[in-house]
Design a protein around this ligand. Structure first.
Ligand SMILES: C[S@@+](CC[C@H](N)C(=O)[O-])C[C@H]1O[C@@H](n2cnc3c(N)ncnc32)[C@H](O)[C@@H]1O
Length: 291
């Protein structure tokens, strides 16, 4: 018989919950061509919600400001989803044609609807591992995509191929191992955040290996920046993360609908009581293909 003190017992319980969650859930973004319309629509809504968040917009603006582009630069966004980032790129002064590429017809339909009227923006179906483009691009952007793909080194290599010599790479992604909605030890909401990462992220550690990966792919002038992201008083995006994690736990048979609803309600109770706290460290990396 092993006697644990309460704190250690609680820590082990926390670890075992995380491991149980880790074993059962796959990354749906890695299977976007297989999604039904309802799930695809929910993911599209989540992308749009995040894109409207001023703190997310500020992080995008911060890393785009690191780039020095020639006039009328051709840009590709690889993994453009519903096109929110492509739209921002197309509206930037000096940017020429922007092409958004994504494997999902559901996301691309939404992107085309939302972007109607932007003359320098178009969308193509394609996979980041085998881009439907020649090497004419001045900037390749991967915004929260590399953590989802099956072969991130292959995608970085394809981005390198389509860039002109001297062209720029910009990667932005979550350092998803840092995601937290806990406000103390053994916080049940944290199981939702962990389940969301397990269900919607292929590699939660990718940011830590990204500088080595880009160097191996041939890029130089690498710059990595960390962007802290917290939501407290109006946590719309992080509530959507709690919801997706709770739903994933139900879908995996780990909890029933009553607990799922209770977890979602608890997140909203905290939000109303101004005691919600959610955090993700994001990172941006800019680099260049040698000229
Ligand atoms: C979290 S979403 C980000 C969408 C968009 N970049 C944004 O930030 O709004 C991840 C995107 O990666 C796309 N994706 C998944 N696998 C991909 C692949 N192999 N090649 C290109 N895109 C992929 C998904 O279809 C999805 O649109």
């Amino acid at each position: 018989m092993v006697h644990l003190d309460a704190a250690l017992g609680e820590q082990l319980l926390d670890v075992s919950i995380r491991q149980a969650v880790a074993q059962v859930l796959p990354d749906v973004y890695n299977k976007v061509t297989e999604l039904d319309a309802a799930v695809g629509g929910q993911l599209a809504d989540a992308m749009e919600l995040r894109a409207k968040d001023p703190a997310q917009q500020a992080m995008l603006a911060a890393y785009l400001a690191d780039l020095n582009l020639p006039d009328k630069a051709a840009v590709v966004e690889i993994g453009c989803g519903t096109g929110a980032i492509s739209g921002v790129l197309a509206a930037r002064a000096g940017v020429g044609e922007v092409t958004g590429v994504d494997p999902s017809p559901i996301f691309l339909d939404r992107a085309r609807d939302l972007s109607a009227g932007a003359a320098n923006l178009s969308f193509r179906q394609g996979d980041g591992h085998d881009l439907p483009l020649p090497g004419v691009v001045r900037l390749a952007v991967l915004h929260t995509v590399l953590s989802h793909v099956s072969d991130p080194v292959g995608v970085l290599g394809e981005a390198f191929r389509v860039l002109r010599p001297g062209g720029a790479l910009a990667v932005f992604d979550g350092d998803y191992n840092t995601i937290s909605v806990a406000t103390g030890d053994i916080d049940p909401l944290q199981a939702c955040a962990d389940a969301m990462v397990q269900n919607f992220v292929n590699d939660r550690w990718i940011i830590r290996r990204l500088p080595a990966m880009t160097a191996a792919a041939g890029y130089t002038e690498t710059r990595l920046r960390i962007h802290g992201y917290a939501q407290t008083t109006d946590p719309a995006y992080l509530l959507s993360i709690v919801d997706r994690g709770a739903d994933a736990l139900v879908a995996a048979g780990r909890i029933g609908p009553e607990l799922c609803q209770a977890l979602k309600s608890e997140a909203r109770r905290r939000s109303t009581a101004q005691s919600f706290f959610g955090y993700i460290a994001y990172a941006s990396l800019t680099a260049r293909k040698p000229g």
